[in-house]
Write a protein that binds this ligand. Structure first.
Ligand code: CP
Ligand code: NVA
Length: 308
């Protein structure tokens, strides 16, 4: 039984095997037969519970479809409708009860600490489906998309343009595990998590921080960005934050400074015209739709890894 909370906690070998399993599962399927079951049915007789404290399209639907194609059952719960360390029941007691009902849980929460506490009391695996600190299922899927399109990931240069957020924190951890160079172009005020940067430094990751996006995209094989305001954070002054990112928009001019065959990725949802322009997200270089589809195959491989 293994949790899937952060990429740094999982060995390089296990992460590579998840990618290879996702690749095999993708090759075996006819994408037009969306509800056909996989031949091996590894989730037969098992249930995935999903809890979302905040909205989700891709994570919600891809996990639901993944579990069903693997032969399992799914149950979606809105945390507002249950006790998850709030109100009348401790997180410990909720964990003990759900351990008896289900086989694996996926949680999207505004608090990484809550996810860790919850995992400590569960007797079944917990998958992190986005917290304020990290987004490991998305980033592992993005590693798969890059590997699929470039034939490798080791030795490539990936440029992250924008906020030092949950996605970037997981990308920093991925750079340690998959040995790619990560160029970060972000405003000084919005650097990624310091502890994660220290972890990367200790593990000799190739991370370069630039406050000028033009420098960050030079020689990049892949350019990525994300929303400046997290779906988890509705309290922030959005207009004030966006002002810091004016220089950090991914547009054709910025893309032209990357390698000629560079690809563009965005985990979505995107604020078109803000962090990225239509001409980039809808261009031939953009793989955002394939990227979203790949969540399905990687979620399957993650579920199988956790239950092994
Ligand atoms: N990329 C991603 O996690 O999308 P959702 O918020 O729609 O799940
Ligand atoms: N960084 C984004 C990821 C959304 C999937 C956010 O927190 O909203």
């Amino acid at each position: 039984m293994k949790h899937f909370l952060d990429l740094k906690d999982i060995s390089k070998e296990d992460l590579k095997n998840i990618i290879l399993d996702a690749e095999k599962r993708k090759q075996k399927r006819d994408p037009s037969k969306k509800s056909k079951l996989d031949d091996d049915l590894p989730l037969d007789g098992k249930t995935l519970i999903m809890m979302f404290e905040k909205p989700s399209t891709r994570t919600r639907v891809s996990f639901d479809l993944a579990a069903k194609q693997l032969g399992g059952q799914t149950l979606m719960i809105n945390p507002d409708d249950m006790h998850l360390g709030q109100g009348e029941e401790s997180i410990h007691d909720t964990a003990k009860v759900l351990t008896q009902y289900a086989d694996i849980i996926m949680l999207r929460t505004t608090s990484h600490k809550k996810a860790i506490d919850f995992s400590k009391h569960l007797g079944i695996p917990l998958i992190n489906g986005l917290t304020d600190l990290s987004h490991p299922t998305q980033v592992l899927s993005d590693v798969f998309t890059i590997y699929e399109n470039k034939g490798k990931i080791e030795g490539l240069t990936i440029a992250w343009i924008g906020d030092g957020n949950n996605m970037l924190n997981s990308f920093i951890e991925a750079s340690v595990k998959f040995n790619f160079e990560l160029n970060i172009g972000c405003p000084k005020k919005f650097l990624p998590n310091k502890k994660i940067l220290d972890y990367a430094k200790k593990n000799k990751a190739k991370i370069n921080i630039f406050y000028n996006p033009n420098e960050a995209v030079k020689n990049a094989d892949c350019v990525m960005t994300d929303k400046y305001v997290s779906v988890l954070n509705d309290k922030i002054n959005k207009d004030k934050k966006k002002k810091y990112f004016k220089k950090f928009q991914v547009n054709q001019k910025l893309m032209s400074l990357a390698k000629k065959d560079a690809i563009f990725l965005h985990c979505l949802p995107a604020s078109r015209g803000i962090e990225v322009v239509d001409e980039v997200i809808d261009s031939k270089q953009s793989l955002v739709w394939e990227q979203a589809l790949n969540r399905l195959y990687v979620q399957k491989a993650i579920i199988c890894f956790c239950l092994k």
